[in-house]
Design a protein around this ligand. Sequence first.
Ligand code: GLP
Length: 241
Amino acid sequence: MEVIVVKNYQELSEKAFEMLKALIIEKPDATIGFATGSTPVGLYQLMVKDHLINQTSYQKMTAFNLDEYIGLPQNHPESYYTFMRTNLFNTLDVNFDQVYIPAGDARDIVAEGQAYEVLLDKYPIDFQILGIGTNAHIGFNEPNTPLDSLTGVVDLTEDTIKANARFFENDPSQVPTQAISMGIASILKAKKIVLLASGASKAEAIYNTIHGPVTAEVPSSALQNHPNVTLIIDEAAASKL
Ligand code: GLP
């Protein structure tokens, strides 16, 4: 596991952007795995700015997203579909036929998960961007998710519901209680994984990711089993190392 410690959030976003841009220039038809949450927003802003100034093209890219809330329609303001459109895809020159986000309102959600996994096998991810929950979740794989899990339905923990209530008028009762998420094994299929973490609230999760035992209690610890993982973390997130 490569660990890059940077000063602050701005430097974290720049470092991640540098890596992602190098890949898309070298391999315009790369498959990129995107994440939601606040952490990758700085990276997405740099992608948008660079696209507008330098016309870096994403037309040939295939894109996957990690997860989606179950029960929210696509056009809900807090769906991850809306998040990705607003923060990134609407401004880039993406081909929307090659953009995959699990449908949280699918009628048969189990079949949706299975079909997503088939797509992931068809277009293997070259570069997976990850955030991390304060409880070390990756995607929406909460503690005690089996490390060999594939894309499917997951229950959100109370911690995560509370943490995400800030996007739902600070009202935990509005936060969906389930999500459809790429599983831990699905994430580990990516050729390269870049995990971003910023702030002291992530310091313990980062310590356990790197130094803890590989255990389902710490979903991100599974990354220790992957041959090509880079952590880009700021000083606050690195403060327990
Ligand atoms: C969310 C997402 C994760 C994300 C995490 C951290 O619940 N499902 O993919 O990494 O929480 O979010 P943030 O970056 O806002 O701290």
